[in-house]
Design a protein around this ligand. Structure first.
Ligand SMILES: C[S@@+](CC[C@H](N)C(=O)[O-])C[C@H]1O[C@@H](n2cnc3c(N)ncnc32)[C@H](O)[C@@H]1O
Length: 268
């Protein structure tokens, strides 16, 4: 059974400098705007708050035992480490999407989340469209893209990433009717219940589950993706998870923590 997503969310600016940004978020998401610099005790009546500060937009669970905030950071931390030392085109994700010498497919990541996988693929040189349907997650992602776009080391990579806020199924349907080129690869990484992952990923996934629940329409997303992709559809799964309901993948690549199911359509 999937958990019910929370609706109890507010936005708080860390100081008056961030009031305008917080007001826009409050209007866009139709959530309560709290006083600048509200104290932790004043936040407790909400399950989560979005905070606007010099550190960027952060989603924070409230309460005494709450884990740290979740936010998008393409510039420093684990993502930057992977950009510098992550193994280039030898990485499993690169093989999964068909990157090889002289081949950089155009990818649509239609379950973009916090954009980590998309950033790896953009770092390797792919143009990538990110589609995210949760308005809160899309806002965190947009904020991270803007900050990454202002940093000299990541600006060129971020320029290859464009965000579309909305449902992946709708985006795929529209792309079938459009004159624009269709993606070579469609990448899916839907929420999977009960995943056993590292502490960091677990923190994000737990928060996501509270915010948006499980993704229950994945079979439909796969079905549409198979109609749109020029070359392949790639699905990221926990290592022991069953395949998505529907046709069997052509092959799978197993990594340390996960698996990529590849539905091949046409070779590159
Ligand atoms: C597990 S997270 C993806 C994590 C991402 N691969 C990353 O590296 O950060 C799944 C995300 O897909 C989004 N999602 C699921 N189904 C979707 C759909 N049909 N359209 C758009 N977004 C979808 C969810 O809202 C959630 O944010």
């Amino acid at each position: 059974m999937s958990e019910k997503p929370v609706t109890s969310l507010a936005v708080v600016p860390s100081s008056a400098d961030f009031l305008e940004q917080a007001r826009k978020i409050s209007d866009a998401l139709n959530i309560q705007l709290l006083e600048p610099g509200s104290k932790p005790e004043q936040l407790q009546s909400f399950l989560m708050v979005l905070s606007c500060s010099a550190q960027g937009l952060q989603l924070q669970q409230t309460g005494p035992k709450a884990p740290g905030p979740v936010f998008v950071d393409f510039v420093s931390g684990a993502v930057a480490h992977r950009r510098k030392f992550g193994g280039g085109i030898g990485q499993q994700i690169a093989k999964a999407v068909g990157i090889k010498s002289g081949v950089r497919p155009y990818i649509a990541d239609v379950t973009a989340g916090l954009g980590k996988d998309a950033f790896v693929l953009a770092t390797l040189g792919c143009e990538i469209t990110l589609v995210e349907r949760s308005p809160v997650v899309a806002m965190l992602l947009q904020d991270g893209l803007e900050r990454g776009g202002r940093d000299l080391e990541t600006a060129e990579i971020i320029a290859r990433m464009s965000l579309f806020r909305g449902d992946g199924i709708d985006w795929l349907e529209k792309s079938l009717d459009s004159d624009e080129s269709q993606p070579d690869v469609i990448y899916l990484d839907p929420m999977f219940p009960h995943s056993k992952k590292s502490a960091q990923v677990k923190k994000e996934m737990n928060l996501f589950r509270k915010l948006i629940g499980d993704d229950t329409d994945t079979a439909k997303l796969l079905e549409k993706a198979l109609k749109v992709a020029n070359n392949r559809v790639v699905v990221k799964r926990p290592r022991k998870a069953p395949i998505i309901e529907g046709p069997a993948p052509s092959f799978a690549l197993e990594g340390k923590s996960g698996r990529f199911d590849i539905y091949a359509i046409k070779s590159f």
